[in-house]
Design a protein around this ligand. Structure first.
Ligand code: HEM
Length: 389
């Protein structure tokens, strides 16, 4: 046990840790086993590496062998051990709170592996949404792996080990890194638009996040993950008045409070009008469009990360006194829910058409993954699915 882990493990250490930032807090290891997969409702570390894979083998037995190998490697990696054949670039580095969360895409159930009869109805192809500009090479996938930790090398390393163990069975279709600022404990991190993001989120996990008796046994205690890679036109946002930015979101930039209120966690008032008779929170503000009050109570658990993949330049870079830049940056939107048909899909259908935020955002990647329930030591990932076939 390292010095820091020993320190955090002591009672005095825990008290001392309570006031620390996210990075300092999450250095302990998180078990891969349990009722639910880790990395869904657990606190969000600052770094992520997400990979979607296509299954390429012709033999169903290969998938089971790979899932066994992944389970073994994931339990080792999350407890600070090496994976078999480890590439070694995290030797001597803390696990940094590493969690690994796996998902199954609809493509796995397309008939190639005798699983077609076992596809949960909720695991569908997401419908097309207004304004989508999805890039096929950045969308879909038969499997997903998400690593989260407080160190970018730790998350990359973990996914690399799992990808290597998948050789000949599955290969990476697309991958995306993400990050959050190192924000004090209990404060809401800001996204790349500078707004606090995550203030109001699904809290009733049993009702809204975890699959219950309605799902197949291997999905009970699991959840459905919607991933959207959303580019932000930050070059446009950065020259937009803060007043207009706040109108777009429906919250104050500095405090995070709903417009018309004082504090971040004050409930929004969608009825109040200003002196001119206009709603204080605009009809098309992101907050109003996304709120449970205006969506028959629909709520999802958002657990997204910012991404920053550099910059592109417009063809002419004209006029020469402007930047002529397009940042390749935005939000790796990730949302968990019990069923996308009562979560993301109805919520986003309306937002995709009307949300004021759409002026600044473009959805370029997408995926839906069934993240199985947790397993006990001795079992392997999604075992109930294969036991049923
Ligand atoms: C780049 C794109 C997006 C940005 C920058 C963004 C930003 C924000 C911000 C700043 C808030 C207010 C703070 C909070 O309550 O967490 C918020 C709330 C929310 N957003 Fe987004 N968002 C984006 C995309 C989406 C999408 C695609 C959905 C999908 C359905 C969504 C759903 C929600 C929900 C449900 C809330 C909470 C509403 C409430 O209960 O008050 N957002 N978002």
């Amino acid at each position: 046990m390292s010095g820091r882990r020993a320190f955090l493990g002591s009672a005095g250490g825990l008290v001392a840790a309570a006031g620390l930032s996210r990075v300092a807090r999450a250095s302990a290891s998180t078990s891969f086993f349990g009722e639910h997969q880790a990395g869904i409702v657990s606190p969000q570390p600052t770094q992520t590496y997400f990979a979607a894979l296509d299954v390429i083998t012709k033999r169903p037995g290969d998938i089971v062998r790979m899932f066994r190998a992944w389970t073994d490697a994931a339990s080792r990696l999350t407890s600070g051990d090496e994976a078999p054949g480890d590439s070694g670039e995290t030797l001597g580095i803390e696990t940094s709170g590493l969690t690994l969360t796996f998902g199954l895409g609809a493509g796995l159930f397309d008939g190639r592996y005798g699983l077609a009869a076992h596809r949960p109805e909720a695991l569908m192809d997401l419908p097309g949404f207004h304004g989508d500009q999805l890039v096929p090479e950045r969308s879909g996938g038969d499997l997903s792996i998400q690593a989260c930790a407080d160190d970018p090398q730790v998350v990359f390393h973990a996914v690399r080990q799992l990808v290597r163990l998948a050789d000949g069975v599955a290969r990476v279709r697309w991958a995306q890194t993400g990050f959050l600022p190192d924000t004090p404990k209990d404060a809401t991190p800001r996204n790349l638009m500078g707004f606090k993001d995550g203030t109001r989120n699904a809290l009733d996990h049993a009702r809204l996040v975890w699959v219950g008796d309605e799902g197949p046994s291997w999905m009970r205690g699991g959840s459905y993950l919607v991933v959207r890679k959303i580019r932000m036109a930050l070059e446009h946002w950065d020259v937009t008045d803060v007043d207009f930015q706040e109108e777009t979101i429906g919250r104050s930039k500095r405090s995070g409070a709903p417009l018309g209120k004082e504090r971040e966690h004050d409930p929004p008032d969608f009825e109040s009008m200003d002196a001119d008779g206009n709603p204080v929170i605009a009809e098309n503000a992101h907050l109003r469009m996304a709120a449970p009050e205006t969506n028959s109570g629909v709520q999802i658990l958002r657990r997204g990360y910012s991404y920053n993949d550099g910059a592109n330049f417009t063809a002419e870079r004209w006029p020469p006194w402007r930047q002529g830049i397009e940042y390749d940056a935005g939000l790796l939107f990730m949302a968990y829910q019990r069923d996308p048909r009562t979560g993301f899909i109805p919520l986003f259908e309306n937002m995709a058409k009307l949300d004021a935020l759409n002026q600044f955002t473009t959805h370029v990647g997408s995926g839906l993954f069934a993240c199985p329930g947790g397993i006990a030591p001795g079992q392997f990932l999604a075992q109930g699915l294969f036991d049923a076939t």
